[in-house]
Design a protein around this ligand. Structure first.
Ligand SMILES: Nc1ncnc2c1ncn2[C@@H]1O[C@H](COP(=O)(O)OP(=O)(O)OP(=O)(O)O)[C@@H](O)[C@H]1O
Ligand SMILES: Nc1ncnc2c1ncn2[C@@H]1O[C@H](COP(=O)(O)OP(=O)(O)OP(=O)(O)O)[C@@H](O)[C@H]1O
Ligand SMILES: [Mg+2]
Ligand SMILES: [Mg+2]
Lengths: 228, 228
């Protein structure tokens, strides 16, 4: 469903140019659970942002479900994101003056889901990530890990076809992290949710089927996870 | 140097009241390297914010170097922070439209350090965290882990007496994380830098002398780290 053909991403120009991605070839099938790993600055978030149609390659092609995204307009890309993708950002990107529940509801509002159904879906997914009792809190009234879980709930509430998660356990303690991984594993297994997850924690990558390792904007390694 | 006497922190009121900290007693001596661990929402950041004089207890006393901080004015607290404390926030808190180098320089400007000396100190500390070549980048042009390292450099540039770090390796890969811990360990050992570090990663806590475990706003455990 996700195909990178010689994708490069270059920021800046001339001497100041930064090659964030360097001719990446990558193919992810529906239902796969893939972990992206690699050193800080190696291109993981840049890769995920392009997969999520939040950014475009400088060169090469990115085909999503066979469609060449580099040929789509901004509106078409927005529609694609809305219907197929859930994104957990490395920095959460919650709306500040909006309650946790309203943050989670947002993608459903964009899809025109009626209020009663929105409430039910939101309540359910917030319970899945252990946020009962926090619905009315503003992000500033939540701990770092609670904010992270609001971001995860928001990405899952539309039951997207593809979940893109950028360091989803960075602020979670071990118990919460494994809890979340079991949830993602279950959604992947039972609903065929395709998951592309950036993580620097081997214990979390162990829940994936496959690990792709980045180094200096290139893919240095790509192999299945051997079940221990 | 850091003394909590029955410190409580309560947010909200009545039914909506959240007891973030529940009568905490804690004592940290100069030169100690202490890790604060515990589940998401257990009170770690709240505790660190009070230690850093960024927040005040609802009840109880916090003495810093024998001074009762609950008796200090806002200006006196600001001075205390400026002279003694370096703080790495869970969310980095970098200034958006300001380059990495200028972000790092900021505490030195507040201390009235002359420009030439500022440049030298900044260059040195940015090299210590592996950010050479990134000085002119804006936060938005940096990876998550690079932003985190700017935040760490900014906290260290004044060579504070006490470093307070809230999940400083949350966005760093394993190699960078251990590199940072070795740096902090060296500063603790060679300069007597007191370090209070929130982390949920046992591998990082292993660099500390002592681990304090939080649970539901209380201290559940407090013991030295046994050298493996
Ligand atoms: N807008 C930009 N302008 C210039 N350079 C950029 C920009 N965005 C990213 N970069 C650079 O591209 C490289 C890759 O960044 P990216 O965020 O993909 O790394 P990452 O692997 O996610 O790192 P981390 O693990 O630290 O989050 C980095 O060196 C970064 O500094
Ligand atoms: N301004 C606030 N209003 C209401 N509740 C708050 C506020 N700030 C924090 N809390 C609550 O206080 C509790 C402790 O928060 P704190 O940020 O200290 O947790 P933490 O241990 O740092 O968690 P994490 O590991 O997720 O960062 C949490 O349950 C949080 O929701
Ligand atoms: Mg990243
Ligand atoms: Mg916290």
């Amino acid at each position: 469903v996700i195909e990178f053909e010689q994708v490069s991403k270059i920021y800046g120009q001339a001497d100041a140019a930064v090659v964030a991605l360097d001719r990446i070839d990558l193919r992810i099938e529906p239902g796969e659970f893939v972990a992206l790993m690699g050193p800080s600055g190696s291109g993981k978030s840049t890769c995920l942002n392009i997969v999520g149609c939040l950014d475009a390659p400088s060169s090469g092609r990115y085909l999503f479900r066979g469609v060449d995204t580099t040929q789509l307009s901004r509106d078409q890309l927005a529609l694609l994101r809305r219907h197929y993708l859930g994104f957990v950002f490395q920095g959460f990107n919650l709306v500040a003056r909006t309650s946790a529940r309203e943050n989670v509801e947002l993608p459903l509002i964009y899809r025109g889901v009626p209020a009663a159904e929105r409430r039910a879906l939101t309540r359910q997914v917030m319970a899945e990530v252990g946020l009962e009792g926090r619905e009315r809190h503003l992000p500033s009234q939540l701990s770092g890990g609670q904010q992270q879980r609001v971001a995860i709930a928001r990405a899952l509430v539309t039951r997207p076809a593809v979940l893109l998660a950028d360091e989803p356990t960075g602020n979670l303690d071990s118990a919460r992290s494994h809890e979340l991984m079991r949830l993602l594993g279950a959604l992947n297994h039972s609903r065929g949710l395709t998951i592309v997850m950036v993580t620097h924690e081997p214990d979390m990558a162990a829940y994936a089927h496959r690990v792709v390792r980045f180094l200096d904007g290139r893919i240095a390694d790509d192999h299945p996870v051997t079940q221990a």
